[in-house]
Write a protein that binds this ligand. Structure first.
Ligand code: SF4
Length: 65
């Protein structure tokens, strides 16, 4: 499972970061950065909440297998 962020769509309001701050961070340029090393399968519910919380539809989960 991966998290994909469309940095062109991100509005930088930090809602994803509030849900899962180990994975999502609004960087100094005001756009989200995904810390992929902290994306774990057991966090799926939290990650789904973060995706659902994004008003810009900038986040999605991708299952590779
Ligand atoms: S919730 Fe969406 S718009 Fe807000 S910082 Fe995260 S990716 Fe960007």
């Amino acid at each position: 499972m991966r998290v994909v962020a469309d940095r062109e769509k991100c509005m930088g309001n930090g809602l994803c970061e509030a849900v899962h701050p180990a994975v999502f961070e609004v960087a100094d340029d005001g756009v989200v950065v995904v810390h992929h090393e902290n994306v774990h399968a057991e966090d799926r519910k939290l990650l789904e909440q973060a995706v659902a919380a994004c008003p810009a539809f900038a986040l999605r989960l991708v299952d590779d297998d």
